[in-house]
Write a protein that binds this ligand. Sequence first.
Ligand SMILES: [Zn+2]
Length: 445
Amino acid sequence: MRNSLLILFSCFLVSFGCYADRVIVKEIRLWSDPEKTRFVFDLSGPPDYEAFPVSNPDRYVVDIKNSDFEKNLKLPVLKKSPVSKIRKAKKDDNTNVRIVFDLNAKVSPKNFVLTPFNQYGNRLVVDLYNSQRMEATKIKVAVKESSSNMRDAIIAIDAGHGGEDPGAIGPRNQLEKNVVLSISKKLAEFVDDEPGFRSKLIRKGDYYVGLRKRIEIARENKADILLSLHADAFKTANVRGASVFAISDRGSTSEEARWLAENQNQTDLIGGMGEYVKIDTKSEPLVRNVLLDLAFGYSQRESLEMGAQVLKELKKVTKLHKEKVEQAGFMVLKAPEVPSILVEVGFISNPKEAYNLSDARHQRKIAKSIFRGVKNYIYDRPPDGSYVAWLKEGSRDVRVHVIEKGDTLSELSLRYRVSLEAIKKFNSVRGDTIKIGQKLRIPAS
Ligand SMILES: [Zn+2]
């Protein structure tokens, strides 16, 4: 009697224990970026799991032991994804769960777990890399490189955060990641409308890009400068204004700048980089290398110069939080040879600024002023071989030709020994139409 009671009691404990330790799949989120489709499982505890591919037909299977689904768990809606369908099932007497991704394209999967950080608990991340698309982007880059005659100045624009990482959150749930993406896209339009300038958006949608990867994308695209856009947050709602940061090789200019850099550098932990990136700013190989240190000093000076130009323009459209360019060890600014600044476009924690920052007209104003500052900087220090450098050089010895009847652009190009492209660019002529009486400036050949 005594024994059987004990057994009954311990059984109760065991089953209760099992139930309590059960990992609940609370939510499955989907993020798509140009390289991969990411599924993030929100879990009630660390998972004991297995993930493996199955062929005929192609599937990717995730089994989580001793687990269950949250009641009414909704599966994410799939759009343009290598996954045609997601299915969920319970197995082994309802003690384990299985999630199956039906595939319609070849993928290379990677998966890892993330421990609780900030707003997130335990997460399991399944990344399905699309191998075909990766090849396509490589080819595109190669083609661009071959046409570098009077090349454009390339402005890499990095919208901070994205995907799993919302960044700072405003009083009406305005998300930093969305605000800065909108401003970045508008900024890219201003850049692309300007002769001799071309934009490269580091992130084009709502997905997370690792900090290292952001720099890599800028370098792969031969960026001349890098702009990283963010919105600030502070515990007191009345703090407001824009600020500009440059990298520092010697610590931060203020306690606030140091705090901000530390905070931004943690974004990989929220965004979900898993084992891909280990953040350790002290042992950054890029910074320790002596040769690179020289380049780093160069880009620091350049960054401060560019930052000052951008602040000057921002001041015309918004209040400034700091009048001078601040410095701190931001990871995303650590591309040694690329002058880079981080622009905090305002405080999303301030109700009025959060409202303004979500407004398309204000976003355009901010974007335009950042662009003006960048343009002034590029015109002051044009990159080698760029159209702007050529324009400044050519302006010294310019002739004017008044169009007469019968003149054509190609004939003028031959007569003045200046390429057709150069005449068109110099006069911002699109197409081949010129008018009688029109004055064309002919640059030095
Ligand atoms: Zn941010």
